[in-house]
Ligand binder design. Sequence first.
Ligand SMILES: [Zn+2]
Length: 214
Amino acid sequence: MATKGIFRVECTACGESFDADFWTVVRGDRDRDVKELILSGEFDLLMCPKCSAMIQHEEPFLYIDPPKDILAFVMPESYEAEKEKWIGRLSADFEPVRATLAGGQGISGEPLYLFGLGPLSALLENDRDREEETEVMEFMAREDGLHLKPVKPAMARELNILFSLPMQAGLTGRAAAVKAAEALYARNDALPRLKKLLEVLGSLKDEGIPFIKN
Ligand SMILES: [Zn+2]
């Protein structure tokens, strides 16, 4: 599913120029191997065919993960000096295809404009932590016969809560979610995002929970 393009690269060690493949579109939900390369920092490493030096070379690419609500334009770190120009250009290009690309793929949030791989791998690592904590909570919730409701991923990141929330069986609404979350937190207080969920639920004005994904 990953889409590749060929770019001319010059080796920083010996000066040889050669053609190299780069991903132009990465589907985070499907291209697991490519996602691993981003997390391990090997994504933009190339080997020079002449002197075998490992060189780093960045090209812009689009990272999309619809189930996780991510659509990110990832640009080389050096583009950050002209940040406004690049964001302006990309958002103008993106506007006409927004409906098909974002809507059709089920992405609700705004696109992200990232410079360098650092911010993307930080986001993916953070998501991985959130996923692990969510799995622990879900395991406990199932043991207690609680139901689970998915949280909109972009809201989970923004509020720093879990990717799902527990709910008393057969019920809906804030009070039932608070009771379920309190019961789980009483069993395991080592889940910071569950604690945060309780705070967020406590601050809601009425019974509706705006961050549940329908
Ligand atoms: Zn070389």
